[in-house]
Design a protein around this ligand. Structure first.
Ligand SMILES: Nc1ncnc2c1ncn2[C@@H]1O[C@H](COP(=O)(O)OP(=O)(O)OP(=O)(O)O)[C@@H](O)[C@H]1O
Ligand SMILES: [Mg+2]
Length: 247
């Protein structure tokens, strides 16, 4: 098995899941960790972040047409990507027809994952069958959360669903909660951080600071740690990555 393996997930959309996967993966790869990013979200954001072809990927693995190795693209030195591909909905239909969908990702990927030091899986918002299969595979979950009241409410629901899954698969757990888009100028941000600290204690990472460079980086087919490595956003993701890899 890979040294570290995580599903990055949250009920809520737009909380920084894909940004976290791309930046943590990139920083880890620079630090010498042979990293595999698996994108399960048909938005294919990870492919855009690294400018790799998104035509085929995990969709084909779900359909049984490709092995994970065949679906992998080399994005940078030490950084490998299985894009989601264009036919994720069809892949999900195949998954639904599997006799044991919860363990599909474990069966399809555990052997291949042994060749990597770090595996990160990006997911779409929500808790569908594919997300469950990823969580059962990785056991450890990273949950990015933005600093607003709605996000906090939705995190409670997410934590409860993870607990329900852990009742069946006891090793499934939230390893880290990552505060994202953290803007120190707003009082609500520090209030929320305080609440998260009291709920998650040492599972809470350093917050990812807001930075306009995130949007520009995306337009350039790069993640922010590659595009603007000296900016606040990149610096915070470098710290977050160190904390995740150290634990
Ligand atoms: N720390 C940050 N500061 C500023 N903008 C950010 C930050 N993190 C992410 N963003 C921007 O917020 C938007 C949403 O982020 P992202 O796509 O990573 O969220 P997501 O949870 O993956 O969304 P989805 O649920 O649609 O998959 C993107 O435009 C991204 O560039
Ligand atoms: Mg995303």
């Amino acid at each position: 098995m890979a040294k570290k393996i995580f599903t990055v997930s949250n009920f809520k959309g737009g909380v920084g899941k894909s940004t976290t996967v791309a930046n943590v993966g990139y920083v880890a790869s620079l630090a010498g960790w042979k990293t595999l990013i698996i994108d399960t979200d048909e938005q294919n954001q990870i492919a855009s972040n690294f400018g790799v072809d998104r035509e085929q990927g995990l969709d084909r693995v779900l359909m049984g047409d490709m092995t994970p190795a065949e679906a992998t693209k080399e994005a940078r030195e030490n950084l490998f990507i299985i894009p989601a591909g264009q036919k994720v909905p069809r892949g999900k239909k195949e998954l639904a027809a599997d006799l044991q969908p919860n363990t599909f990702m474990t069966r399809a990927l555990s052997e291949y994952a042994k060749g990597f030091d770090l595996v990160l899986i990006d997911t779409q918002p929500g808790f569908d069958q594919l997300v469950i299969s990823c969580m059962v595979f990785t056991k450890a979950i990273l949950a990015p959360v933005t600093s607003d009241a709605k996000a906090a409410e939705s995190l409670v629901g997410f934590v409860n669903r993870v607990r329900e899954l852990a009742a069946i698969y006891p090793e499934v757990h939230i390893a880290r909660v990552i505060p994202t888009m953290h803007d120190k100028r707003y009082k609500i941000t520090s209030e929320m951080l305080g609440e998260l600290k009291s709920s998650f204690a040492d599972k809470l990472t350093t917050p990812a600071l807001t930075d306009g460079a995130f949007k520009s980086a995306h337009r350039h087919g790069q993640c922010v740690c590659e595009y603007a490595p000296k900016g606040n956003g990149a610096k915070s993701y470098i710290d977050i990555t160190k904390e995740i890899l150290a634990s």
